[in-house]
Write a protein that binds this ligand. Sequence first.
Ligand SMILES: O=C(O)CCC(=O)C(=O)O
Ligand SMILES: [Fe+2]
Length: 353
Amino acid sequence: MPSVAHFPEFPEDIPTHPLLVVDYSLLVARDRAEIDKLWGAARNLGFWYLKNHGADELAEGMFQMAAETMRLPMDEKLKFEQGDGGNSFGYKATGANAVDATGLPDTVELINIAKDDALAWPQQARRAYPSTVNAHMSDTITPFVKKSIEVNDTILQIFNDKLGLPPDKLKKKHLMEEYSGSETRVIKNPPSPHSPLRVAMGAHTDYGSLSLLHNRLGGLQVLVPGSEDWQYIKPLPGHAICNIGDALVLFSGGILRSNLHRVLPPPGAQSQFERWSLVYFTRPGNDVQLRALVEDSQVVADAVAATPDRNFETGCTSFEWFTRRVKNRRLNNRTGPETWMNSRGTEYRVNPA
Ligand SMILES: O=C(O)CCC(=O)C(=O)O
Ligand SMILES: [Fe+2]
């Protein structure tokens, strides 16, 4: 993969959606103004830039690991495919998922590595991976996962306090040692100069609690709240993009926001290049019930009481929620538009409005 310096700039003449820039080092120092900025971003859009997170070098290593992985012969990669049962860990081949209700296939291939495997290494916790993943577990993947957990835990701790929850309530829902859907993902989209509007990854809200995303080229778009407009988020060197997933919407009784997003090919001259992106997803422990924490916080109880048209009782565990969504994206499981509908999250199923 060419280094970042060789990519053309994001085009100047394409509208982008601005995000607030949050400084991670100030969050660690519990700077009041920075915490308020984070809180505003997490409630209004659910997306923000995060700088000074200290994960850039490890992210570069993750991209190299993924480039080696994607260069393996297809029959080798397919030995590690996710399968159709709703398991996310492993390799996902191009076109295995739908991008919309009509069943149009996605254009990305990706590798998902479970947090549980990265932390258990050299033991196997959840599944086996290609040799290129194993070769970089100790030097790159495990350190990247640990660093990402540290960043996301800091942010969760701040949300915990802002939501008026008892100390460590959110932390206990995301215990490092408990099996969960938490995973790191590297995504590759081929150069797409002739199909600038072909959706690479369909509209979704993230399934878990917090996502920490490292982008080099454009292509990520958010559905701007209150409008029908999709707008690009411009990648900024040294800045991760952080966003809220459905589990935090549910725990917080809708105080926090998970926004719809999707991936298109990079715009303009960037479309000539492969697009690589890297995510760490923090998701609740498998057995955690997804529902508003009304018994634990007056703030959450008040939020739920103030929005009687919304339902935060999913009646399912994090594992069930996650499995349903992964499974119903798979084209092999498609029976019709209802399969797509069944893959959706809080934006449709839980908020009937
Ligand atoms: O590649 C990106 O920029 C976003 C990826 C994403 O939204 C996801 O994997 O959930
Ligand atoms: Fe996402």
